[in-house]
Ligand binder design. Structure first.
Ligand code: ME8
Length: 499
């Protein structure tokens, strides 16, 4: 088994604070990174900021700051929110950092030495929100199909990259590596783009003093998308080339042509291995419309976190929306899932069992005796849940993994009703009572491990209550009898206060 695992998110344009749409992507990557770590992998998780965009430059000017000063402030804000949301990244790469700029410059220099780069004249439409070029037929009623804003007409002489020469290469790479672009719908979309023919792209732009100088030019800067894509290499620092290629680039569906066409073509030209997999998630919408700073319909995690714990947000997004598809964010939905599933189904179960352990066994883990058919059935049921959840996790089917885990939580609650420890206590059936409470504590341990990648704050507390060691292990979520009888547990307040 490959021991290393490298996962990245897109790097955001930081002309506005992170909205829930981008947070969704970063949480998704965090869930995968945590899951892989629990499997004993050496994980490198990269996120960061895409700073050389014109919108960033404009925002800084409006704020009366230099772009650097403006970006420093925004980056602090991003990092603070990621911390609040429990994003356990290894490095935050900034494209304005000297290290990144150096790598970009070197790679551009190398690219210039190939026969895939030539001088040419560009004229066409450009959307500054996408920082992308559009053909006339790609516009929607003359507007950018993603941002709905009017594109600029641009005419410039600059360097071109011969992207059109990569059609066959990309088609056969996608055919030979069906896992390369996920989900399948996006793979088909990329194949569609390839079938309709590629055009060469310009990779240098007339600079406005904010960008990475293009080697050998006086006034040109590296096209911001080429600059940004290289973060996946520069962000590794000394871990390049050991961690390259990336196991997963996690991105939104609006930027697949940059990641699935331009990036692999650049890498191929630079004689570097291609990323193993690119996973594209869908959009978070508000009342059916994509949340975006350009559209101004923003929902900020900062606001939501005043009302709900980070775990609630993390849970809601991934329980509600299959990663890969679009989904609507609703405050009612968040509240309902929080109250019903987190507070009632899961939080109450934990609380009840901890209280009973305290009451019946002075908070000491009891010793189980002979398992009844009820516990035997529960053992095999939970093994099956673990197996299913494991394969769903590998494939980014997070909502299905949670669905499985919820089956176990429901079953666990049912088990307590069926075996009614309070009656066993009344009739002084110590043997049965020990077995039931031990089984219930084991269920908590297993479920908390299954849920840890999703709701790490509360699960860390539960596992700590049970004395589970810090080095969390996914395998152990599939095993029984891990809790040592005789050890004390901690009785904590309820996990989730009802709203
Ligand atoms: O595209 N729902 O930056 P960005 C889900 N800088 N995901 C969303 C979303 C929504 N409503 N809105 C945005 C860029 N995203 C470039 C990336 S990578 C080398 C350079 C996602 O700030 C979007 O799809 O516009 C992208 O993956 C990420 O947020 C950053 O978007």
């Amino acid at each position: 088994m490959e021991k290393r695992f490298y996962i990245t998110t897109a790097i955001a344009y930081i002309n506005s604070p992170p909205h829930i749409g981008f947070a969704y992507e970063v949480i998704g990557a965090d869930i995968m990174a945590r899951f892989q770590k629990m499997q004993g992998k050496e994980v490198f998780f990269l996120t960061g900021s895409d700073e050389h965009s014109f919108n960033v430059y404009k925002k800084a000017q409006e704020a009366g700051l230099t772009p650097h000063e403006y970006c420093d402030k925004m980056v602090e804000r991003y990092k603070r929110i990621w911390q609040l949301l429990g994003i356990d990244y290894d490095r935050f790469i900034r494209t304005s950092s000297e290290k990144h700029k150096k790598v970009v410059y070197q790679l551009m220099d190398k690219l210039l030495q190939t026969d895939f780069v030539y001088r040419g004249k560009y004229s066409g439409w450009y959307c500054i929100s996408c920082e992308g070029f559009y053909r006339e037929k790609e516009l929607k009623d003359g507007l950018c199909p993603i941002h709905g804003r009017e594109p600029e007409w641009v005419e410039e002489e600059n360097y071109f990259f011969a992207l059109s020469r990569f059609e066959d290469f990309l088609k056969s790479h996608i055919k030979d590596h069906p896992e390369f672009i996920q989900p399948e719908e996006r793979r088909n979309e990329v194949l569609g783009i390839l079938n309709s023919g590629l055009q060469d792209i310009s990779i240098s732009r007339r600079g406005k003093g904010w960008g990475i100088p293009f080697p050998g030019t006086k006034e040109e800067i590296v096209y911001v998308w080429v600059d940004a894509l290289i973060n996946y290499i520069s962000g590794l620092g000394d871990n390049f080339p050991d961690f390259w290629p990336a196991d997963f680039h996690v991105i939104g569906k609006d930027i697949i042509r940059f990641h699935c066409i331009i990036w692999p073509a650049l890498l191929k030209t630079l004689q570097l291995p291609l990323p193993r997999r690119i996973f594209s998630h869908g959009f978070i919408n508000l009342k059916g419309e994509k949340i975006s700073s350009t559209r101004g319909n923003i929902l900020q995690p900062e606001e939501l976190l005043k009302e709900y714990p980070a775990d609630a947000l993390r849970f809601y997004l991934f329980r509600e929306i299959p990663f890969g598809q679009d989904g609507d964010f609703s405050l009612e939905g968040l509240k309902e899932r929080y109250n019903q599933e987190l507070a009632n189904d899961w939080g109450n179960f934990v609380r009840r069992i901890e209280v009973m352990t305290d009451k019946y066994f002075a908070s000491t883990i009891p010793s189980p005796s002979k398992l009844s058919p009820l516990e035997q059935e529960l053992t095999s049921f939970s093994k099956e849940i673990w197996r299913n959840a494991s394969s769903y996790m590998e494939e980014f089917h997070f909502s299905l993994a949670l669905q499985e885990t919820w089956k176990l939580i429901k079953r666990a609650n049912q088990y307590i009703e069926e075996s009614s420890p309070w009656n066993l206590h009344k009739t002084n059936d110590k043997e049965r009572l020990s077995t039931v409470i031990y089984t219930a504590l084991e269920l908590i341990r297993k479920i908390a491990l299954l849920l840890f990648p999703f709701i790490p704050f509360s699960c860390a507390r539960v596992l700590e209550d049970l004395g589970v060691k810090k080095q969390l292990n996914w395998q152990e979520a599939g095993e029984w009898n891990k809790l040592p009888p005789g050890k004390k547990i901690t009785l904590s307040p309820p996990l989730f206060a009802k709203k």
